[in-house]
Design a protein around this ligand. Structure first.
Ligand SMILES: Nc1ncnc2c1ncn2[C@@H]1O[C@H](COP(=O)(O)OP(=O)(O)O)[C@@H](O)[C@H]1O
Ligand SMILES: [Mg+2]
Length: 273
């Protein structure tokens, strides 16, 4: 589907849907910190593998065990670079990149912004001769494409929208060329995760969809303002080029400026939450 069309759906979904507020760890999920999940993903043994049922790039669902904890993970080894790529919607993308490295960069950026609960932990791992990203498998009850198709609404609209607004800010920051509804995953208690950034971190310095920036979490805005380009460069040096980091920082400046203008025009209460 046309990415613009998908983005519109995402925006629409953010506005019309509902949710309940309290998020708990799913009953059978080990209660680990992100750092512990990272260590597990980096070191646990792969004991089983099979194709993921969804998606387009044939990611593998792996089961890992460290002897105490057994948990699944998604392995994504894609690292494709093309001077020119004809997309499914007929458009052509120049200097096309589809890379697992951007998944890891997105997680590191999310951590810096206090959004480590919205993007799953992604690490770099070698498996069966291929290097790729490995992400903590999330306890998902459906994805956003299914929810949208089945017209299911979450029980608490504010809690749902507050998560979606954050995801929309993040999407503009990372400039994802493929913001697909199957990359928005929903948990048992209607918490939302954003996965799959392999076509993000495009070089544009402008915000592609300023209209998607409607409201902003207060803490996220503060974290955006405080985001330090050198810290981001350091955290992502194996995964992003300097130009890609500069583009993130340029978009950050524009996102912050847009919210500041909106606050000046509409008042803080309308814009921040
Ligand atoms: N960490 C994860 N937890 C749960 N499901 C996942 C996870 N990563 C991927 N998936 C599932 O696998 C599908 C494909 O993975 P994704 O990373 O989106 O690759 P692609 O879309 O390029 O094939 C996703 O749409 C989702 O359904
Ligand atoms: Mg995907």
């Amino acid at each position: 589907m046309n990415p613009l069309c998908l983005r519109r759906q995402l925006v629409l979904a953010a506005v019309i849907c509902l949710t309940c507020g309290l998020f708990a760890v799913a009953a059978d999920e080990p209660n680990l910190t992100n750092e512990q999940m990272k260590q597990f993903l980096l070191t646990a043994k792969v004991v089983k593998s099979h194709d993921s049922k969804k998606g387009v790039t044939h990611t593998m669902r792996l089961t890992l065990s460290d002897g105490t904890i057994t948990h699944d993970a998604s392995f994504q080894p894609i690292d494709e670079h093309k001077r020119e790529m004809k997309l499914a919607n007929g458009a052509t993308e120049l200097n096309f990149v589809d890379s697992y490295k951007y998944n890891i960069a997105a997680y590191e950026l999310a951590e810096l912004l206090g959004m480590g609960d919205i993007v799953p932990v992604y690490v770099e791992r070698k498996w069966e001769g291929n290097t790729g990203s490995l992400s903590w498998w999330l306890p998902v009850k459906m994805d956003e494409a299914e929810r949208y198709k089945q017209k299911i609404t979450a029980p608490d609209p504010d809690a749902w929208n507050n998560q979606m607004y954050k995801i929309r800010v993040f999407d503009q920051l990372v400039s994802d060329a493929d913001p697909n509804l199957t990359n928005v995953l929903i948990g048992e208690n209607w918490q939302i995760w954003r996965i799959d950034f392999s076509r993000a971190f495009r070089p544009n310095k402008d915000v592609k969809s300023p209209k998607d920036l409607v409201r902003c979490d207060r803490q996220l805005l503060e974290k955006l303002k405080a985001l330090d380009g050198n810290a981001l460069m350091e955290k992502t040096k194996r995964y992003l080029t300097k130009d890609e980091v500069r583009a993130v920082m340029a978009r950050r400046d524009k996102i912050v400026a847009q919210f500041q203008t909106m606050i000046a025009e509409k008042g803080e209460k309308e814009v921040l939450y």
